[in-house]
Design a protein around this ligand. Structure first.
Ligand code: ZN
Length: 166
C-alpha cells in the first residue's frame, strides 16, 4: 500500500495542521504566503525538524490541472500558487496517497474534479445552531465531525466527539 501524505496549503499551515504520523508536504509558493509571525515560527521549526518537506510539481501535472480548470469553464479562481499546490498532489499520486489540507473552496472544487482526497483544516461541515466537532485529548486540535480516524493526526492521542453551540 502507498504511504499516506498530507499536502498543506497556507490555510493548513496557519491552522496548525502538521501531522506527526504522516509526512507533510508543501511547495515554496505556499511558504512565501505565510506572513504572520506565529505561523512563521512554527513553520520554521517544522522545516528544521523535517516535519514539513518542500517539493515542486512536475510540468505534466501542472498542465493536467490547468486543462481541468479550463474544462470546468474557468469558473474556479485559482492563483498560480494554488495551481502548483494542486499539481503537486497530482505528482504525488504516482508514489503516495496524498490528502490535501485546505479551507479554500476553489482548491477543494478542483480537487473534487481531479478525484484527489482533501479535508478542511478545522470546522468544515458544521451547520445549524448545534454541531459536532472532534477534539484531541492531547493537543486539543479540532477536527470536523466527519474525521474518520480514532486518534489525532498531529500527536496520536485519542479524539472525542463534542457537541458545540455555534
Ligand atoms: Zn493531538
Amino acid at each position: 500500500m502507498k504511504e499516506k501524505v498530507y499536502v498543506l496549503d497556507a490555510s493548513g499551515i496557519i491552522g496548525g495542521f502538521i501531522s506527526s504520523k504522516h509526512k507533510n508536504i508543501t511547495i515554496n509558493g505556499v511558504l512565501s504566503e505565510i506572513k504572520d509571525l506565529k505561523s512563521q515560527i512554527s513553520l520554521q521549526s517544522a522545516l528544521d525538524e523535517g516535519k514539513i518537506m518542500v517539493k515542486e510539481p512536475d510540468n505534466d501535472s501542472v498542465n493536467q490541472v490547468k486543462s481541468a480548470i479550463h474544462n470546468s469553464g474557468d469558473i474556479l479562481r485559482l492563483s498560480e500558487v494554488d495551481i502548483s499546490l494542486v499539481a503537486l498532489a497530482v505528482t504525488l499520486l504516482k508514489n503516495y496517497h496524498p490528502t490535501v489540507v485546505t479551507d479554500d473552496y476553489s482548491i477543494q472544487n478542483i480537487l473534487k474534479i481531479l478525484k484527489i482526497p482533501y479535508q478542511g483544516v478545522m470546522t468544515e461541515g458544521i451547520t445549524g445552531i448545534y454541531g459536532w466537532i472532534k477534539i484531541c485529548r492531547g493537543c486539543r486540535h479540532q477536527y470536523p465531525s466527519g474525521y474518520q480516524e480514532e486518534d489525532c493526526e498531529i500527536c496520536g492521542s485519542p479524539v472525542y466527539r463534542k457537541r458545540i453551540k455555534k
